[in-house]
Write a protein that binds this ligand. Structure first.
Ligand SMILES: [Zn+2]
Length: 147
């Protein structure tokens, strides 16, 4: 099934008015010279972050669906009264520097625990009080650089 630019934009609008309405960001899709790009647009002065660039319509659609599904699932579990959390992929795109609930950078990073090739860092939010573990995976090693 072929997805049109109009459909992609409509889906973004739907998300921005719906599941993403109470979050710190919105989703934007743009047609570029080499395809589509999807980015997160923040409601404060934070510069936009590109999720996917030079993508086909199908890839852009999958990206939008990923954000949609995750936030919808959270909404269903949490109920509509409780605040929702940002999707995992968005949290990663933000380099774990923002609270997964309220989006602030006012995070207190705590103790780091090693778990077989992964690290867990205890974090708490200075604004909304949420606590979570930031999860880090081992990516390899780097030899000493020769000057
Ligand atoms: Zn928070």
């Amino acid at each position: 099934m072929k997805v049109t630019e109009k459909q992609l934009k409509a889906r973004c609008t739907e998300l921005n008015m719906g599941p993403l309405k109470d979050t710190a960001f919105g989703l934007k899709v743009e047609r570029t010279g080499r395809g589509y790009s999807c980015s997160l647009i923040y409601r404060d002065s934070t510069p936009p972050e590109i999720l996917i660039a030079d993508a086909s319509a199908a890839e852009a659609d999958a990206c939008i669906c990923g954000v949609a599904t995750t936030s919808t699932v959270f909404k269903a579990i949490q109920g509509t009264i409780k605040p929702e959390f940002v999707p995992q992929e968005v949290f990663v795109k933000q380099h774990g520097e923002r609270c997964p609930r309220c989006g602030t950078r006012d995070i207190n990073a705590g103790q780091v625990t090693t778990v077989k090739g992964a690290l867990e860092q205890y974090c708490s939010c200075g604004r909304c009080g949420l606590t979570w573990h930031g999860l880090y995976r081992l990516g390899g090693y780097e030899l000493p650089l020769i000057a």
